[in-house]
Design a protein around this ligand. Sequence first.
Ligand code: DC
Length: 228
Amino acid sequence: MTEKMIIAIDGPAGSGKSTTAKLVAEKLGFLYIDTGAMYRAITFAAIQNNILENYEAVIQLTKNSEIKLQFNDGITKVFLNELEVTEEIRSPLVNSQVSDISKINEVREELVAKQRKMGEVGDVVMEGRDIGTVVFPNAQIKVFLTASIDKRVDRRVKEYEDNGKSVKYDDVKHNLVNRDIIDSTRTVSPLLKAEEALEIDTSNLSIDEQVEKIVKLVEEYRINKQKV
Ligand code: DC
């Protein structure tokens, strides 16, 4: 029997994490878990309840919320207390608030505990900001994806346009740069490359090339395991 594995994929927004992680999971028959969607779901709920400024209330809300992720046919459906919020968690307002909500230590503790539980089944590709450093520091495979800011903005703009939404390049850039600063400088589990993670700059790679690199890492890991 082959060892059950965790593949941790971290990196900034627009680095290609989601697309890559989904395809790697499909290729290997692994479960795909988008942890950003969980921080987004809590942010959406905080906006709905008008408690963005009240961290204590946001912490309680996180403790009392049930978040379910359902991955099917390339799409993660997100449910918050049984209510589908897949579309709502990608709104510009959530984009602009999610990094501030993600800074709250107790919110992270709650969500990290949920993520560890979700990953317990094994054979999982989990993507986020702190998967290789905090959530699964013992993950067998750790990857840190990066890309130039211009490439990342281009990708996000295209993503919106493909979904029939028009956005301004400068607005998207401003949001990405802002989130990078908050995500990388927060005191609790900042966006950080795990020492042993393989860094892949995706600026000039095709999706297939990115996916292939990670699948190869897994194959090499399995071959090396067989040798010992
Ligand atoms: O991956 P994303 O852009 O959907 O993530 C949204 C935000 O959630 C991101 O700006 C920071 C936060 N996040 C986090 O702090 N830790 C994670 N593991 C995943 C996301």
